[in-house]
Design a protein around this ligand. Structure first.
Ligand SMILES: Cc1cc2nc3c(=O)[nH]c(=O)nc-3n(C[C@H](O)[C@H](O)[C@H](O)COP(=O)(O)O)c2cc1C
Length: 141
């Protein structure tokens, strides 16, 4: 099982979540690569069995439109039937950005894993919950 964590992070919180989710996936025996979205070409998604995407809440409950969205828009039509998990950090909102993103991913025909993992600011005490999310994503039949 190969899993990619493809993420954008401005101040490092989503990056921390990406690393924790990957740790959990490795505990489940998966090979997990943590990849900053700025270094990813669209075809990279074909190298993986499962895809976890990470992006913080930006703009007004939106995805980051500088790095993450330009990548995501290039691959969104290739997500039909793919196993996809979502994660990211948010600040002062109520997680609306994640609910919007979940809906979009389902409408694209992806198999969305659980609800997106939305963490307020840095993972801190929620670190183990991030690892467990990665474990479950990798271990799911
Ligand atoms: C330009 C900008 C816009 C933001 N917009 C939102 C928002 O709409 N809702 C929210 O809950 N947090 C918002 N935040 C807070 C970030 O989501 C939060 O600080 C998050 O932890 C950043 O994650 P990162 O460290 O991975 O970049 C915004 C932050 C910035 C810099």
């Amino acid at each position: 099982m190969r899993i990619a964590m493809i993420y954008y992070s401005g101040t490092g919180n989503t990056e921390e979540i990406a690393n924790l989710v990957a740790e959990g996936a490795r505990r489940a025996g998966a090979e997990a690569d943590v990849l900053p979205v700025g270094q990813c070409q669209p075809d990279i998604i074909e190298n993986y069995d499962r895809l976890a995407f990470g992006c913080p809440a930006m703009g007004e409950e939106d995805l980051d439109d500088m790095e993450f969205l330009p990548f995501f828009e290039q691959i969104e039509n290739r997500l039909k039937g793919r196993d996809v998990a979502l994660f990211g950090s948010f600040g002062w909102g109520d997680g609306q950005w994640m609910r919007t993103w979940e809906k979009q991913v389902k409408e694209l025909g992806a198999n969305l894993f659980e609800e997106g993992l939305a963490i307020q600011e840095e993972p801190g005490p929620e670190s183990e919950a991030c690892r467990e999310f990665g474990y479950r994503f990798a271990a799911e039949e």
